[in-house]
Write a protein that binds this ligand. Structure first.
Ligand code: GPW
Length: 801
């Protein structure tokens, strides 16, 4: 948009006066932020209205991306960037004597997600708007986001994330678009005069779903899409119904807090209520909107695509069926055809413990009508497929089985498309987790490799690098990130490689200042910044990284005079509050950090910093500083990974297993520019098949490994007698489920290679450059364009091949 500095300054001062009734000099950064947010929202109001109007007027097909998590990060800078007003606003604020960075920091970071899954949803929202696609988000407006993590005596402690405390500058409450969602009660089918059956409900618990909309602004276009988040409230009380405190609490609880589990299914009924709540409200509002503009549902799938982000929103399938059957008298077969043509599903994991299954009793009690519909889906599926594929495979794959509603199977059966998030992951879905369903519906399966909002991760998070890139290849890559490839022309330009190193140093200093201020630890910026940032999970193997630190520590202790390449190991990771093992790993890493950081023999050769409360905002600080990107999951376990892409685009070299999208990153940037180690997915499956992995054998055959692992149970690291034993036992007594010991030697070899290669700055920067140049293909702009073409069949207007 067009904006003159004088206009902005005037508007901003007026906004402050009108909202806070004080002079600018008496406002806090929070107030300045709120005023700025409101002003920008207002500036963009027309584009938002125009976008909705043009979608309606042209009857454009709309995509609705349903996700129980959205992790958008702070919106101020990204909205300014996408509107093209960054320079004007910054200059205006500066001339008013305000500190822009402080204003940016005053914005709460909405933690409405756990990790990769929620962040992916947010990246896709940005890209859909940016490529000019009619894409809406649908999710939950949690009153409290993911807990704030602090460390006390090295242990993780969880504090509530009261992110709405000061209000939310970007959202619009739309009470007039609210809908009712029904839970519990009884339902029976009553025969109508015409012989048809209609459900009748009594004693249901009704909840009012109120939408809060946030405009998602496209990059340098006039598109503003909508992210709709639902909040649970008391229904309008026309009959003066009495609600007990317990009933009020039950309603309040639905959208009170995000479940803090990542890649682990939560079995509580409140979670199921959350899932139905936003699925039902979302589908109701879609149907209402559609019905206002169309007379028949026959062409619904030509106008609406509903995407199911992992299984949490799977109930959109029976919910759309319910509305078509019960409210629009649609015959079953037509309703089913409409529903399956509308729905598509993304799977994000092959881990068994993450696959959602609900006990039938719980499900039926909470959602009686939806259960009837699922039963009928199940009955027809069995009747249809058993004659062709046999009873066994049908028993294994039906939506109902073992007394449970199997959400992933329901999602596959009720969708026309099922995709994995990286090529290896999709292959494993077909071969393993969903193999039976792949036999029945081979045509549904396809891959869509994840992508990232690279404008946030480069242009916002790494301004020094952005400036340097712009100075070489111009700015066209901002809208078409594959053009970053043009940077390869400079791979032998020593001056450019030096500049790249300087940029890295600036970013390292920025992080070092934060670490100094927040943690009181001094780190040197000429050290290798070796970064692992992701949820704490056994399969992600922070333990392997930890063993490497113990090894480095023991090495220096044993040989204090030997020259070493200084290193800083940087961790960011939250553990699910109920994930005992993960919390023990945090404690041990923190204890190890204490030991290493305070040992005078070690000095500044080796530092360990576990930065508390990792999230999108800290990611923006840490990622640009990284030299090494630790992507060390057990092969086959990480569906894709996305921090691997963010780190790559910021010039980090991957230290990686052949897992998830690491494989694609390695192919794109070239093997010689990454550090690859460990078992392959085939190796891992070989061990499973033969059942012959013996962790103790590996341990016993490697004396160095023994010393390192034993450090967990001697008193070398103070204060971890319980936790150290736990990890030790997981490796030796319980035979190392994630093959940490199997991969240890190979991992260490690569770490040693890294220490050596880092000495040669020019060669290192050349590798770094290769990563940056090849990273454009991982832009979410391309990912959503592929979804649009292959799955959703919706147009977009930026050319992306
Ligand atoms: F288990 N992922 C996540 F599949 O962040 F549901 N949370 C989750 O609960 C699940 C997956 C679930 C992640 C994957 O672990 C990661 O590999 C992937 O890059 C990301 O989803 C986005 O696809």
């Amino acid at each position: 948009m067009e904006l003159k500095e004088a206009q902005f300054t005037k508007d901003f001062i007026n906004e402050i006066r009108a909202t806070y009734a004080v002079d600018l000099k008496d406002t806090s950064p929070m107030e300045q932020y709120m005023a700025l947010g409101h002003l920008i929202k207002r500036y963009n109001g027309e584009s938002w209205t125009d976008t909705s109007r043009s979608y309606r007027k042209n009857d454009v097909k709309q995509v609705y991306y349903f996700s129980i998590e959205f992790l958008p990060g702070r919106l101020l800078q990204s909205n300014m960037l996408n509107l093209g007003i960054t320079d004007v606003v910054k200059k205006g604020l500066k001339n008013l004597g305000l500190n822009f960075d402080k204003i940016v920091q005053a914005e709460p970071d909405p933690g409405l997600g756990n990790g990769g899954l929620g962040r992916l949803a947010a990246c896709y929202m940005d890209s859909m708007a940016s490529i000019g696609m009619a894409g809406n988000g649908n999710g939950i407006r949690y009153r409290y986001g993911l807990f704030k993590q602090v460390f006390m005596n090295g242990y993780q402690v969880e504090l509530p994330d009261d992110w709405l405390r000061n209000g939310n500058a970007w959202e619009v409450r739309r009470e007039n678009r609210a809908c009712l969602v029904r839970f519990g009660g009884h339902v029976w089918l009553q025969e109508q005069p015409d012989g048809s059956l209609k459900p009748v409900y009594d004693h249901t618990d009704d909840v009012l779903a109120v939408p809060y909309d946030t405009g998602i602004i496209g990059y340098h276009n006039v598109v503003t899409n909508t992210l709709r988040l639902w909040s649970a409230e008391l229904p309008p009380n026309e009959e003066q119904t009495y609600y007990s405190q317990e009933q009020r609490d039950n309603i309040d609880d639905i959208t009170k807090v995000l479940y803090p589990d990542d890649s682990n299914a939560e079995g509580r009924s409140l979670r199921l209520r959350q899932e139905y709540f936003f699925s039902s409200a979302g589908v109701q509002s879609i149907v209402r909107h559609y019905a206002a503009n169309h007379t028949s549902f026959k062409h619904f799938p030509q106008k609406v695509a509903i995407h199911i982000n992992d299984t949490h929103p799977t109930l959109v399938i029976p919910e759309l069926m319910r509305i078509l059957l019960d409210e629009y008298d649609c015959p079953w077969n037509l309703a089913w055809q409409i529903t399956t043509s509308t729905m598509s599903y993304t799977n994000h994991t092959i881990m068994q413990e993450a696959l959602e299954k609900w006990p039938i009793d719980m499900f039926r009690g909470l959602l009686p009508r939806i259960y009837q519909i699922v039963e009928e889906i199940d009955r027809r599926y069995r009747a249809d497929k058993a004659p062709v594929f046999g009873q066994n495979i049908v028993d294994r794959t039906a939506p109902l089985g073992d007394g449970q509603v199997r959400m992933a199977y329901l999602a596959v059966i009720g969708s026309h498309s099922v995709n994995g998030v990286a090529p290896l992951h999709t292959e494993l879905l077909k071969k393993d987790v969903l193999a039976d369903l792949y036999r029945i519906y081979p045509e549904k399966f396809n891959n869509k490799t994840n992508g990232i909002a690279d404008r946030r991760w480069l242009e916002i998070a790494n301004q020094p690098l952005t400036k340097l890139i712009d100075s070489k290849i111009g700015k066209k890559w901002h809208a078409n990130p594959k053009l970053l490839q043009e940077l390869s022309a400079y791979e032998n330009d020593d001056k450019f490689l030096k500049q790249l190193a300087e940029v890295k140093k600036i970013n390292k200093q920025r992080l070092a200042d934060y670490v100094q201020a927040e943690m009181g630890i001094t780190i040197r910026t000429d050290a290798i910044f070796d970064v692992q940032i992701k949820r704490l999970h056994a399969y992600k193997r922070q333990v392997l990284h930890m063993l490497e630190i113990i090894r480095e520590y023991l090495e220096i202790k044993r040989n204090p005079d030997q020259a070493v390449t200084p290193r800083v190991h940087i961790f960011g990771a939250k553990a699910a509050p109920s994930y005992h093992y993960a919390k023990s790993v945090i404690k041990v890493i923190n204890a190890l950090a204490d030991l290493v950081n305070n040992d005078p023999d070690i000095g500044d050769k080796l530092k360990v910093v576990f930065i508390p409360n990792y999230g999108v905002s800290l990611g923006e600080l840490i990622i640009p500083s990284a030299d090494i990107s630790e992507q060390i999951s057990t092969a086959s376990k990480e569906a894709s990974g996305t921090s691997n892409m963010k780190l790559m685009t910021n010039g980090a070299l991957s230290l990686a297993t052949m897992d998830g999208a690491n494989i694609d990153i390695i192919r794109a940037a070239g093997k010689k520019n990454e550090y690859i180690f460990g078992l392959t997915a085939n190796d891992v499956y070989g061990y499973y098949r033969r059942n012959d992995y013996c962790a103790r054998k590996v341990y016993e055959s490697n004396p160095e490994l023994q010393r390192v692992v034993n450090a967990l149970i001697t008193n070398l690291i103070p204060g971890i007698s319980t936790e150290g034993h736990e990890i030790y036992d997981s490796l030796l007594k319980y035979n190392d489920e994630y093959f940490v010991l199997a991969d240890y030697a190979d991992y260490v070899k690569q770490q040693e290679q890294i220490a050596q290669d880092f000495q040669d700055t020019t060669t290192w920067q050349k590798k770094s450059l290769a990563n940056i140049a090849a990273s454009g293909t991982f832009s979410a702009d391309y990912s959503v364009a592929r979804y649009a073409e292959d799955i959703w069949q919706v147009p977009y207007n930026r050319i992306l091949k």
